[in-house]
Design a protein around this ligand. Structure first.
Ligand SMILES: C[S@@+](CC[C@H](N)C(=O)[O-])C[C@H]1O[C@@H](n2cnc3c(N)ncnc32)[C@H](O)[C@@H]1O
Length: 307
């Protein structure tokens, strides 16, 4: 079952106008896009995803709502270039709902889930030639430890990395369950009883395989460039690093340029071009948290172009 995180909150935050041009950077299974298209009757929706399965499903879904949309199979890092090629230079709102979708986790052969035995994969873009298999079998012990610690916030990262390198010297590590087994053996037994021990390691490997953190800041900066006056950028994050990058960028964009801070009169070109729509980060309601545990770590931030 697919559940769109903070659907109502995101739609409200976008402040959709029915004649506007909008972008969903992360189409997924079109939960947000469906609501956007329903409200943008005389405008246009561009939707990006790098996952062909998500695109095929969502095309059918959106087609039942309207025809004023175009799906673009691309990494959202190239959104600006892709839109410019289509003659679109300004838009009225952009949504990023980061990370993986629940159907991706559920599709057994994608190798995203530590609960399903599959070949190690975790690519969102099936055309990419770098998967979890290459990562696990080629990265140095230091790099494995760094990634598992940084992106997974996993305390036992060093021991997991050491055991991965030890095991792959005997034979390549091929499946999700082989990796789960290595992770389980890398920590004290009592840590593996209540929760699946591989959750954090799998999250870290997925983030690295898809360069999720590396490309975020540049993607958001380019998206901000595309916003017309009054246009809004809405970002839903699931990881503390993603939220930190978003928060820091939004702060920089909404503050007076430090070069002229303190001057009695700030020249127009140094005034911030954006304002924060909400001072405080938005989090899911208690009702949503009860219905969908995946929304637990989600945070929503909104920024608006004012000049
Ligand atoms: C959390 S899901 C979005 C769910 C969607 N909002 C919905 O309601 O169905 C994230 C989607 O973004 C896609 N995605 C993640 N990073 C991407 C990137 N850098 N470029 C393009 N698509 C990306 C994933 O393939 C996935 O389908």
């Amino acid at each position: 079952m697919h559940y769109s995180v903070m659907l109502k909150e995101a739609i409200t935050a976008l402040n959709l106008q029915h004649t506007g041009t909008y972008v969903d950077a992360t189409l997924g299974y079109a939960g947000h896009s469906g609501e956007m298209l329903t409200r943008v009757k005389r405008g246009f929706l561009f939707a990006f995803d790098q996952d062909i399965n998500a695109i095929n499903y969502s095309f059918e879904k959106l087609n039942k709502i309207g025809s004023n949309f175009k799906i673009i199979k691309s990494n959202f890092l190239y959104m600006k270039e892709q839109l410019e090629q289509l003659g679109v230079f300004k838009v009225n709102g952009i949504l990023f709902d980061l990370g993986v979708s629940s159907p991706q986790l559920d599709e057994k052969n994608r190798g995203f889930s530590y609960l399903k035995d599959a070949r190690l994969d975790m690519r969102m873009d099936l055309d990419s030639d770098f998967s979890a298999y290459e990562l696990v079998n080629t990265y140095s012990e230091e790099d494995l430890a760094r990634i598992i610690f940084t992106y997974g916030e996993e305390k036992y990262a060093k021991s997991i990395a050491r055991n991965i390198v030890h095991e792959r010297a005997k034979k390549p590590i091929e499946t999700t369950f082989e990796l789960v087994d290595i992770v389980r053996r890398s920590m004290p037994v009592k840590k593996t009883i209540d929760k699946n021990p591989a959750r954090k390691t799998f999250q870290a490997i997925r983030i690295e395989v898809n360069h999720e953190i590396e490309i975020l800041e540049e993607s958001l900066r380019k998206a901000l460039d595309l916003l017309d006056i009054n246009g809004r950028l809405v970002v839903i994050t699931f990881h503390s690093l993603e939220d930190r990058i978003t928060k820091k960028l939004f702060k920089e964009m909404t503050e007076v340029d430090p070069v002229v801070k303190g001057l009695p009169e700030i020249p127009d070109e140094y005034k911030p071009k954006f304002r924060l729509v909400n001072q405080k980060v938005i989090t899911p309601s208690d009702a949503e948290l009860k219905e969908n545990s995946r929304s637990r770590s989600s945070k929503l931030r909104v920024i608006e172009r004012i000049r």
